[in-house]
Design a protein around this ligand. Structure first.
Ligand SMILES: C[S@@+](CC[C@H](N)C(=O)[O-])C[C@H]1O[C@@H](n2cnc3c(N)ncnc32)[C@H](O)[C@@H]1O
Length: 230
């Protein structure tokens, strides 16, 4: 059974200690509702999000190439940080985010494609993208390991998976504040903001080649490759 079939057949990976909010997850419809209520806050192109993440996106996603899949693309912010000559495909589960992305792409006219799709069950063939990028997303997937393994499945064997994730601060007082507010924040927005991204990736079959953490430990960039296949 391929990983995709495994996801379709309901094999799941338990939410773990490093996911930030105990062992439960919202359903896809609950996530869609939560995101629809927070489109402005989750728009990676908002002024606040630009201030916090633009330099990480710029540095990390510049290394993407070829046919690029942006998983949980939101409002399509990452397009601005990719090389001009990539072929961009974005997927997201929330129609309101995709509508905003489509508005942006209307003036970019670089042939971007957008699909409403669950990251845990990607409707693409194996090995169909040269680069898979995803930002600020594992915090929201009901089963982040299943989503990472889908990213690996659709990535060519010599391709790369570039992640930009936020998580629990390395600064004690900030981390404790995140822990304290984790439950209400998750209830409201569906975001596990005190997750530990590297620990989550380590539970998947991806091989991490490089990672860097900044912004008081709250932002992590990860370069990974898919596992060797027979
Ligand atoms: C915090 S936003 C980040 C958006 C964008 N990647 C960025 O960096 O600006 C998280 C996004 O994940 C999407 N998402 C959550 N669960 C998803 C799933 N199972 N499949 C696809 N997208 C999902 C949400 O709809 C939302 O657009």
């Amino acid at each position: 059974m391929t990983t995709n079939e495994s996801a379709r057949h309901g094999h799941s990976h338990a939410i773990g200690d490093h996911d930030g909010i105990g062992n439960r997850s919202k359903s896809i419809p609950e996530i869609q509702d939560a995101v629809a209520d927070h489109v402005d806050e989750m728009d990676g192109s908002s002024t606040v999000n630009r201030l916090l993440t633009a330099r990480y996106r710029r540095r990390h996603f510049a290394r993407a190439g070829g046919r690029v899949l942006d998983v949980a693309c939101g409002t399509g912010t990452n397009v601005e940080y990719l090389p001009d000559d990539v072929a961009y495909v974005g997927v997201d589960i929330c129609p309101e985010m995709l509508t905003r992305a489509a508005d942006r792409f209307e003036y970019l006219t670089r042939g971007e494609s957008l699909y409403e799709m669950d990251a845990q069950d990607l409707a693409f063939d194996d090995d169909s993208f040269d680069t898979v990028v995803s930002s600020m997303s594992t915090c929201m997937f009901p089963d982040p390991v299943a989503a990472l393994e889908e990213m690996a499945r659709v990535c060519t064997p010599d391709g790369r998976i570039l992640l930009l994730e936020h998580g629990r601060s390395s600064v004690g007082p900030i981390a404790r504040l995140q822990d304290w507010r984790a439950e209400p924040r998750y209830e409201k927005t569906g975001c596990r903001w005190n997750q530990e991204p590297l620990a989550i990736v380590s539970r998947s079959e991806l091989t991490v080649e490089e990672s860097n953490t900044g912004l008081l430990g709250m932002v992590t960039t990860i370069t990974a490759r898919p596992p060797e296949r027979d």
